[in-house]
Ligand binder design. Structure first.
Ligand code: 5GP
Length: 206
């Protein structure tokens, strides 16, 4: 396999990585109260994870969607050099009606891939700040609010941003699998899913 070739992964591969990772999550942070899926890549992994995080008879874990977009900020002198735009954010009104709030909750942020880490850095920082602002306004503390992160794939490469452990409050960062720094082709992006799956198998991926 050349280093420029795309890294193909199949639906089965993603499913099994989510299944294995759900076991680790249950053993470490326990069952999340809510999953925050970063769209669109985090949606399918979030739904698969939910299957394995729930025991029969228990209520489904709610999945909230957020949308983030990266663009290269050519004029920026900061170390990240990229800006993140929110295209969709939590609906706190709806969340509070059905679910109290995120204060004191075990929150799991899910995306498909950790590339430069810019997106995960932004999502964690902004979610933490939003929940903290709300807690401060209500005179509640954040001591039971825990953030964890799950990504299906973590690319082995120098990252451009950090994950602030202080915000996680004992939560964990977990990846299903570490992968080389190549472009990953996900099955939900495939025009021809049979060809895509064949390529994943030919590369020795599930
Ligand atoms: P970041 O650089 O912030 O870690 O990743 C930003 C976003 O770029 C990811 O959420 C993902 O949607 C997209 N991305 C990064 N690397 C890949 C890749 O190898 N394959 C695909 N399909 N998307 C990627």
């Amino acid at each position: 396999m050349t280093t420029t070739e795309k890294y193909f992964v199949s639906y089965n591969g993603v499913h099994k990585l989510c299944q294995k990772s759900a076991e680790t999550l249950l053993k470490t942070i326990g069952k999340p109260d809510v999953i925050v899926a970063i769209g669109g890549g985090g949606f399918i992994p979030s739904r698969i994870l939910r299957t394995f995080l729930k025991h029969s008879g228990e209520k489904n874990i709610p999945i909230q969607a957020i949308g983030l977009s990266l663009y290269e900020d050519m004029g920026s002198q900061d170390k990240i050099g990229k800006e993140v735009i929110r295209t969709q954010w939590l609906d706190f009104g709806a969340l509070e009606k059905s679910f109290d709030s995120l204060i004191g909750k075990n929150i799991l942020i899910v995306d498909e891939v950790d590339d430069t880490r810019t997106t995960l850095h932004y999502a964690l920082t902004e979610l933490y700040k939003d929940v903290k602002r709300k807690a401060d306004a209500l005179g509640r503390d954040m001591s039971d609010t825990k953030f964890s992160i799950f990504v299906v794939h973590d690319k082995k490469k120098p990252k451009k941003a950090d994950i602030n452990k202080d915000y996680m409050n004992g939560g964990i960062y977990l990846c299903g699998e570490e992968v080389p720094d190549r472009w990953i082709a996900y099955p939900w992006e495939a025009d021809d899913i049979d060809e895509h799956t064949k390529k994943a198998h030919a590369q020795g991926h599930d």
